[in-house]
Design a protein around this ligand. Sequence first.
Ligand SMILES: *Cc1c(COP(=O)(O)O)cnc(C)c1O
Length: 462
Amino acid sequence: MSEEKKIPYKIYLEENEMPAAWYNVRADMKNKPAPILNPGTLKPVTFEELRGIFCDELCKQELDDTTPYFEIPEEIRNFYKMYRPSPLVRAYCLEKKLGTPAKIYYKFEGNNTSGSHKLNSAIAQAYYAKKQGLKGVTTETGAGQWGTALSMACAYLGIDCQVYMVKCSYEQKPFRREVMRTYGANVTPSPSDTTEVGRKILAEFPGTTGSLGCAISEAVEAAVTQEGYRYVLGSVLSQVLLHQSVIGLETKAAMDKYGIKPDVIIGCAGGGSNLGGLIAPFMGEKLRGEADYRFIAVEPASCPSLTRGKFVYDFCDTGKVCPLAKMYTLGSGFIPAPNHAGGLRYHGMSSVLSQLYHDGYMEAVSVEQTAVFQAAEEFARVEGILPAPESAHAIKAAVDEAVKCRETGEEKTILFGLTGTGYFDLVAYEKYNNGEMTDYIPSDEDLAKGFAGIPKFSGNEI
Ligand SMILES: *Cc1c(COP(=O)(O)O)cnc(C)c1O
């Protein structure tokens, strides 16, 4: 392939399927994701503007939609070796239980202490911060997986880590909080009175249990007001999808080794990073016309950004301090109903995945949380792994596809991303086990409230 000539180093190491470079799917997209905009000027954000918020190297990755491969620095590769390559598992027991002729595979990202794929990007972001000589990084965390992953990465590299944790999770997930503190992170429940934006949100919505969008605003403010700090984000951004491509590259290498070609590739979608990473090299083939695959994004019916959102420029955070991104969104003021336990709470979606979905390269489905937990239970009982509720969205969709194959007799190969373990989600499992879990699907009026907060300017009509 001509691609090989352009790359001055090997994409794969010799000894196993671990890649030595990340793949940037934007390079193969004809319709590039729309540029992120400065909310003040509505002009594309420049490197100079962005570098006040993010580390320099990460700004470059964020703004680069033409370079297909980025070499993975050796120190990051060495860190990856502690828990990668991650297992690619044939779900024989689940296939048998479902009585399906389909072949089901899953790529399991829960084999590290943080328990999810988020560590893949956390170590990269912490590495570039350290390389730039910064003192530390600030971030938000919702359910806590990202904060945990970042604390581990920062502890490994010896830099400071400040985490704003969505208040309801801070209270409901004390164990996550303590893992972060054990790794040396400073954890603050958000909204808090430690930032200007936090105080403003508290005044406007007293008693709020917080949201990811709100915690992002606080973390950004903390980064720009402290010398030697930058902000890092665990999903949504194109740089995060780039780092997560390690999931898809490993999967593809392993499948190629055994001559297996998936027909359907499924992933849960919160901000889009695991899905974007898993599908990256397969999507690249589809975009270049070399192969065809079906891709399915699975989201909760209670936070349905792709299936019911608008494809417009929106704020990435409640405090409206971040650049505007063109994406499928429910509006930055959208907060999922409090009975929603299953993660994937973010109001928007990666602009890369949004564009691919808009252009018809990917499908999306939404699933209700009780059905998601049923799928999680079924999976746990036969495959042995207690899945994260987020991951169980992908399980639910994979099971549905496999059941369809049972009915049609098709021997499809289904691949899904099992993003993490559910050990810290036992409050949600308890609710499910007690029969107290409910499904709340927002009405059109509920969604209209979120859409009303989408910025209005010429060309951005909803
Ligand atoms: C964060 C998380 C997700 C969702 O985030 P994406 O960026 O959409 O991948 C899914 N599963 C687990 C286990 C997570 O921690």
